[in-house]
Design a protein around this ligand. Structure first.
Ligand code: IPE
Ligand code: IPE
Ligand code: MG
Length: 237
């Protein structure tokens, strides 16, 4: 038995339950998103400080555009203001911020604030913080496929060059597979989250709503991860 405490290389979090957190307190759903952001800001640094190299968080799915325009606008405004305000914070923490998702139909100011923070932090090497915004796992795979087809047509690669490893380089961000996926709020589904990257992820579904998923909750999650026996299709020796 290897007793060494394992730190996952890539953690993915489906930050769910902001709305219910607020509703149960008699607050507007937007208050839940503001509380969720506060949690995320501290949590991201805590997770990367633990030695996790990559952290991917689901901030807004392509399907979330189905929500009331008031809620969508609140979230988009929150993104713009936080990406502008927090540039220095992520510089100080030496964290590289990247994004995964489609440009359309995001507002220009949202897209520009995303470009700004990723450009400013691109040389930081204290961990990669991948924010999924206007993201869908199926469209990520479809977009990758289109780029691959175009590379084959333009003879940049041949069909024989396509394999599960090379395919992953065509995704929105070229990141290693997810080792540990956490979805807060008790829902047990993946809702289009990083479908390619979670192939062998360990999964954990704590009941707490995301605003209450603090550093202590993450440390409990890490303990759960450490009790898992990852076999990747092999047989335990
Ligand atoms: C997750 O919380 C945040 C986003 C999807 C933007 P929800 O807003 O989905 O909260 P619930 O699931 O309604 O409680
Ligand atoms: C997934 O949560 C998306 C994010 C956390 C951003 P949802 O609340 O949108 O997912 P469903 O609708 O419960 O599947
Ligand atoms: Mg939800």
């Amino acid at each position: 038995m290897n007793d060494e405490y394992k730190i996952p290389n890539h953690v993915g979090i489906i930050m769910d339950g902001n709305g219910r957190w607020a509703t149960e307190r008699g607050l507007k759903r937007s208050a839940g998103h503001a509380a969720g952001y506060k949690t995320l800001k501290k949590l991201a640094v805590h997770i990367l400080n633990k030695g996790v190299k990559y952290l991917s968080v689901y901030a807004f799915s392509t399907e979330n555009f189905k929500r009331d325009v008031e809620e969508v606008n609140y979230l988009m405004n929150l993104f713009v203001s936080k990406f502008k305000d927090e540039k220095d914070y992520f510089m100080k923490k030496n964290i590289k911020v990247v994004f995964s998702g489609l440009k359309e139909p995001l507002r220009n100011d949202v897209w520009e604030s995303m470009q700004e923070i990723s450009e400013m932090t691109k040389n930081n090497d204290g961990g990669t913080f991948n924010i999924l915004l206007n993201y869908g796992g199926q469209s990520e795979i479809v977009e990758a496929t289109k780029k691959i087809v175009s590379d084959v047509i333009n003879k940049n690669i041949s069909i024989e060059d396509i394999n599960t490893e090379s395919f992953s380089h065509y995704l929105f961000q070229d990141l290693p597979p997810i080792d540990f996926m956490i979805r807060t709020s008790g829902e047990v589904r993946v809702s289009n989250f990083m479908l390619y990257q979670i192939a062998y992820a360990e999964m954990y579904f704590p009941k707490v709503y995301f605003p209450d998923f603090d550093e202590k909750e993450f440390d409990i999650a890490l303990d759960v991860y450490n009790k898992r026996d990852r076999r990747f299709g092999g047989i335990k020796k």
